[in-house]
Write a protein that binds this ligand. Structure first.
Ligand code: ADP
Ligand code: MG
Length: 255
């Protein structure tokens, strides 16, 4: 996929739900091709709503979302979604289908025949052995399940990867390992990645750029280095203070 088709742009985008909740409030934003952006914020701040407007799972009430400089409405939604991998909050594997079939759904979406070789390749990409294809999702660990979710998201060979709190239910060690694996995939495949998380430490350690969302607005937009230097503004400072203080306390214990 050409470099420029992997950028994501929000132009004054808002989403008002029928009950009057303004989930996203006038967001303007340019996510450069190849960047790894973390979107951080409290529950209900509008992160998922913003993310789902990129692949048209949600339509904005106002403003425009562009992928590769083109409005997401320019063509059919399936064409758009083929170019955008999406990892659901809470994994979202089909429980009644084997792992291989779960991954192959991504292939079918791309109009490819679901062949076992390609499924094995995709599993290998996320460091899972091919035998896992025959298992049911409930016979996997949480971390393995989420890796399958990532394999499925990458089946169509997308240039953009959207992840909605993908590590939420995982233990800290698995979570750390999966985070590193995703970052390595991002770098190797030259993806544009948007990762939604409520964990500022994870955002700082994985992303090139951190956005903080509050009540539907982006209230901070900075690199991890800038955030750690206190240049992100008050909302970001409050979130950065938590992992920073924990790191200091650990360092004290080690003395
Ligand atoms: P986050 O992902 O940051 O937790 P969401 O984007 O899910 O936040 O939600 C933002 C706001 O929009 C919340 O107030 C939520 O209740 C509301 N909301 C989200 N989805 C819907 C929906 N399908 N219908 C009505 N309100 C919704
Ligand atoms: Mg959410």
């Amino acid at each position: 996929m050409p470099e420029q088709s992997r950028s994501v742009t929000f132009k004054n985008v808002s989403k008002v739900w029928p009950e009057g909740v303004k989930a996203v409030d006038g967001v303007s934003l340019e996510v450069a091709a190849g960047s790894f952006v973390a979107l951080v914020g409290a529950s209900g701040s509008g992160k998922s709503t913003l993310l789902k407007m990129v692949n048209r799972l949600i339509a904005p009430s106002a403003g425009q979302v562009l992928v590769g400089g083109e409005s997401v409405d320019a063509g059919p939604a399936p064409d758009l979604r083929r170019r955008i991998g999406y990892v659901f909050q809470n994994v979202g594997l089909f429980p009644h289908m084997r792992v291989g079939e779960n991954v192959a759904i991504g292939l079918r979406l791309a109009g490819e025949k679901d062949n076992a070789g390609r499924v094995a390749e995709l599993l290998d990409l996320v460091e899972l052995s091919p035998e896992i294809a025959a298992r049911m999702p409930d016979a996997l660990s949480g971390g393995q399940r989420q890796r399958v979710g990532v394999a499925r998201a990458l089946a169509t060979g997308p240039g953009i990867l959207l992840m909605d709190e993908p590590f939420g239910a995982l233990d800290p060690v698995t979570r750390d390992g999966l985070g590193k694996a995703i970052r390595a995939l991002h770098d190797r495949m030259g993806l544009t990645t948007i990762l939604v998380t409520h964990d500022m430490a994870e955002a700082l350690l994985l992303a090139d750029r951190v956005l903080v969302m509050e009540k539907g607005r982006i209230v901070a937009d900075a690199t991890p280095r800038e955030l750690l230097a206190g240049k992100g503004g008050p909302a970001a400072d409050a979130l950065v203070a938590v992992p920073r203080e924990q790191a200091h306390r650990l360092a004290e214990l080690e003395k």
